[in-house]
Design a protein around this ligand. Structure first.
Ligand code: PLP
Length: 397
């Protein structure tokens, strides 16, 4: 093992196995910075404007809009808040249902509950772990108002099939695209299939500003109300554009505007986006090549990428044969100085999920919560560290 600097040690010591303290430890994630982050933050300070809707908000929104074929993009304080905005824009009523994957982050379901609807949990496909279209088709009822799909690990979740299903039933399609910025399915960008899609810029995402998100609005009819909801229910955005001479309270919204200080970091990260994606993809491919033989011998599943999908290398995961094997693997890696983590716990089995009393089984989601583990994958992961990880993984028998 290689000695680490004192600074690196102190940053990660809390997560370490006692054997590793003082040794080289490879973290699961580390945010990376690409050039102009500090400069733009200083400029935001110099501009004297660090609340929302400033120069860097406009810059980042324009860059994201260009990446989404010109759709309106509103930066928000998080992906969770962007999902809450999308739910509010659907005008959900207490008996309404929104179909969501069980295997996802809490926010993909809670955002709709927060707005009065009932989440209905769908199972995942066994290969990609994305929400299963066949399962969703069987869950649609007259109460269904929307389907929220998640492009898990940045791999497209059959978005065309879901868009057609939603259209056939006259319901909305929302894409929780927290992992999938820049990914495509059948050549079309993820996030452009549904009426709305949401992005996350949390520290663990491919590009980050610490905490942040965005609402991408593909249906032009929703844009004006979205601007109002984000600004505490006021028409302040119209006022700032000189379209009204004063602004006032016109709807029930909240405070979902990102600070220009964070938008400054995000604008710089967006400039480095192509380079970040290229590097992450190279790391992802190296894992795939380096682990393929071991995985087939050890009865471990590597990520599956359908031919229609160009993925974003958001994560590299393994699926082991059982919960016991997965926990033993995490322990094995920890003892070798590599931090690996499990991911979502199936929502239908959570305390809130159970309280909804849904009889529908989501077996693939349950299995994934027990068997999946994620390897370190971040821009600054060195070739040497990645080799250490691959060697540690393949030593697990
Ligand atoms: C699929 C998915 N949706 C939403 C979120 C929430 O993102 P945020 O932390 O930006 O609210 C996450 C968080 O990782 C996620 O994985």
């Amino acid at each position: 093992m290689i000695a680490r600097s004192a600074h690196q040690r102190s940053a990660y010591a809390v997560t370490l196995h006692p054997q590793c303290i003082g040794e080289h430890v490879i973290p699961f994630n580390r945010p990376s910075f690409h050039g102009n982050e500090r400069l733009y933050m200083e400029q935001a300070i110099t501009n004297g404007s660090i609340s929302g809707n400033g120069e860097f908000t406009r810059k980042a929104e324009a860059a994201l809009s260009e990446m989404h074929d010109g759709a309106a993009v509103l930066l928000t304080t998080s992906c969770t808040h962007a999902l809450e905005m999308s739910a509010r824009l659907l005008d959900l009523q207490p008996d309404d249902e929104v179909i969501v994957p069980s295997y996802t982050f809490v926010s993909s379901a809670s955002a709709f509950m927060w707005n009065g609807a009932r989440p209905v949990f769908a199972n995942s496909r066994a290969d990609t772990l994305n929400i299963d279209p066949a399962d969703v088709a069987g869950l649609i009822t007259p109460r269904t108002k929307a389907i929220c799909i998640v492009h898990y690990a940045g791999v497209g979740a059959d978005p065309r099939e879901f868009a057609e299903l939603a259209e056939r039933h006259g319901i909305a399609l929302i894409e929780d695209n927290a992992h999938g910025l820049g990914g495509t399915f059948e050549g079309q960008l993820l996030g452009t299939f549904g009426a709305m899609s949401t992005l996350s810029f949390h520290e663990t995402k491919n590009i980050t500003c610490g905490e942040g998100g965005a609402l991408v609005i593909n249906d032009p009819a929703l844009v004006e109300r979205a601007e109002i909801l984000r600004e505490k229910g006021t028409n302040r955005a119209r006022f700032l554009r000189g379209q009204v001479d004063k602004y006032t309270w016109v709807d029930i919204g909240s405070s979902w505007v990102m600070s220009d200080m964070l938008a400054a970091i995000l604008a710089a990260q967006l400039e480095g986006f192509d380079e970040i994606q290229e590097r992450r993809l190279a790391l992802w491919n190296r894992y795939h090549q380096g682990l393929a033989d071991w995985a087939s011998e050890a009865n471990v599943l590597l990520p599956c990428i359908p031919v229609e999908a160009a993925h974003t290398a958001h994560m590299f995961h393994l699926r082991l044969a059982s919960l016991e094997r997965r926990d033993a693997f995490i322990q094995h890696m920890q003892e070798r100085g590599v931090q690996t983590v499990f991911h979502y716990q199936a929502l239908h089995e959570s305390p809130v999920g159970l309280s909804l009393d849904q009889a529908h089984a989501c077996q693939v989601a349950s299995d994934a919560s027990h068997t999946l583990v994620r390897l370190p994958l971040f821009y600054d992961l060195s070739a040497l560290d990645q080799q250490i990880i691959i060697d540690a993984v393949t030593a697990f028998k």
